[in-house]
Design a protein around this ligand. Structure first.
Ligand code: NAD
Length: 490
């Protein structure tokens, strides 16, 4: 049984506000569904703006004492949180697979990945240096001091229920901010379990507050944070459309924003590439989480001379992928998150077929498994103008485009409003540098499909957003720089 947990109490079905678990103020609740079978998993608070406001009140009360703690004291708490996440890895993975659908092996991988951000920021927090500015005038001393920005609101998507929220909360806490957080409506339980472990690690009351809400109530709850001048920063991961809305709606109180938004990643295979390595890279990056990943290759460009050979090898690998629920240990691809996601994938594939693409493998729903399954798919003869070329499919579909010249593929790869990740395979070191420099993306994989690391700056350009998560840059979004000018020193 997926939900046989060592610690069943990690399934928290309340809001965490001011260190206490409680229902929504207006008593609303909503169901969280297991996407593998449509069954009820749990019922959680359907929080409203009233709960969001109470969370901000708690974060405001906790802020002065938390920002006054020493970086090393905060780091010690984060290290304990990291250890607790790993100690409860199996339970967290099972909760995650049940609400999100990803295979257990992937869920375990995500727990490790999310935990690595907590560890990383426990280490980076004590290294937030300021500057003594070289003297400009006699009798004056100028310095730049980095301070926590204040209350941070974190809003996250369903595709990585643990990692996306961990990599926001950890840097915020590390530098002395307090947090109000709302995980995605489909996947609140992993995040709430994470919050429980934060309490156990010693995060003081009010420093981390988390509320769950259905889609519509969640919009209203986040709306309260958008309008509240005490909330100084919004950190958001999700779709570009919602990111733009948050940017507009936070204008009145001019919050600092970091936006990790949608992508439309190109994956380019040049004729001089190691084709087997390119296939491995594509399988790893495309089919992670069933293709529901913001950095998933969405468009695969293969140079004409190797197109047929590449397609043949890829088709065999994709056709062999095992699809099934997380209860099946051999499953490599789980269900999509919900019926809307499956409909979107089917619409993209149908559109491609009606414009001349051909199915090499897949291309259909797998209704025998349940309503939310779609077969891993490879489409041949993909062309510009098809929806798969310009919209994020967010599913297990590989459209194969053909190209002749390097300059053509770079133009095609950049011909999108998005700019999150881009991948290419070549054995020519000069081409690696040339193409890396020209691709408009925040993250580049050159002969590499697995780019994620807590040590690396992750984020996009263009309409994929701004701000960076992970690495030493990941703290900047939670800090403001104060300039102190001391006079009369001569
Ligand atoms: P989404 O934008 O629909 O929702 C994300 C979060 O925003 C959820 O918590 C949701 O409840 C909330 N939300 C939705 N509408 C809102 C509104 N009007 N006001 C306030 N909050 C609102 O995205 P999703 O479908 O959950 O996630 C998929 C998207 O996330 C994809 O586009 C994917 O590329 C992107 N994503 C980006 C990254 C990244 O790091 N760049 C990582 C993962 C996912």
């Amino acid at each position: 049984m997926l939900l046989e947990l060592t610690r069943p109490e990690l399934v928290r079905t309340g809001n965490l506000i001011d260190g206490r678990w409680s229902g929504a103020a207006e008593d609303g609740r909503y169901l969280v569904i297991n996407p593998a079978n449509g069954e009820r998993f749990a019922e959680v608070p359907d929080s409203t703006a009233v709960d969001a406001h109470a969370a901000t009140d708690a974060a405001a009360r906790a802020l002065p004492a938390w920002r006054a703690t020493l970086p090393r004291e905060r780091a010690a708490i984060l290290r304990r949180w990291h250890a607790l996440i790993l100690a409860n890895l199996e339970d967290l993975a099972r909760i995650m697979s049940t609400e999100q659908g990803k295979p257990l092996a992937e869920a375990r991988g995500e727990v490790h990945y999310g935990a690595s951000y907590v560890e990383w920021f426990a280490e980076e927090g004590p290294r937030v240096y300021g500057d003594i500015i070289p003297q400009q005038q006699r009798g004056k001393r100028m310095s730049a001091v980095k301070e926590p920005i204040g209350i941070v609101a974190a809003v996250t998507p369903w595709n990585f229920p643990l990692a996306m929220i961990a990599r926001k909360i950890a840097p915020a806490l590390a530098v002395g901010c307090t947090v109000v957080a709302k995980p995605a409506e489909d996947t609140p339980l992993t995040a709430l379990a994470l919050a429980q472990l934060a309490l156990e690690a010693g995060v003081p009351c009010g420093v981390l507050n988390m509320i769950s809400a259905s889609r519509d109530q969640g919009v209203a709850a986040v709306g309260d944070w958008l309008a509240d001048a005490r909330v100084r920063k919004i950190t958001f991961t999700g779709s570009t459309a919602v990111g733009k809305h948050l940017a507009r709606a936070s204008a009145d109180t001019l919050k600092k924003l970091s936006l990790e938004l949608g992508g439309n990643a190109p994956f380019i295979v040049f004729e001089d590439a190691d084709l087997d390595a390119a296939i491995e890279g594509l399988m790893a990056s495309k089919f992670r989480n069933g293709g529901q990943t913001c950095v998933c290759p969405n468009r695969v460009y293969v140079q004409a001379g190797v197109y047929d050979a590449f397609a043949r090898k890829l088709g065999e690998r994709v056709a062999a992928l095992k699809v099934g629920p997380a209860t099946d240990d051999s499953a490599q691809i789980g269900p999509m998150i919900n019926a809307r996601a499956v409909e979107k994938i089917a619409r993209h594939v149908d559109d491609a077929l009606s414009h001349g693409a051909r199915v090499l493998t897949g291309g259909r729903k797998l209704d025998a498994l349940g309503p939310n399954y779609y077969a891993p798919t490879v489409l041949l003869d993909a062309k510009e103008g098809m929806v798969v070329c310009c919209e994020e499919t967010f599913g297990p579909v590989v459209p194969l485009f053909s190209f002749e010249r390097e300059e053509d593929v770079i133009r095609a790869a950049n011909d999108t409003p998005y700019g999150l990740a881009a991948y290419f395979y070549t054995r020519d070191v000069r081409r690696i540098h040339r193409v890396s420099a020209q691709l408009e993306a925040g993250v580049i994989g050159a002969n590499e499909g697995a780019v994620a690391s807590a040590a690396a700056p992750f984020g996009g350009v263009k309409e994929s957003g701004y701000g960076r998560e992970g690495s030493r840059y990941g703290l900047d979004d939670y800090l403001s720089v104060k300039y102190v000018c001391e006079g009369g020193l001569d």
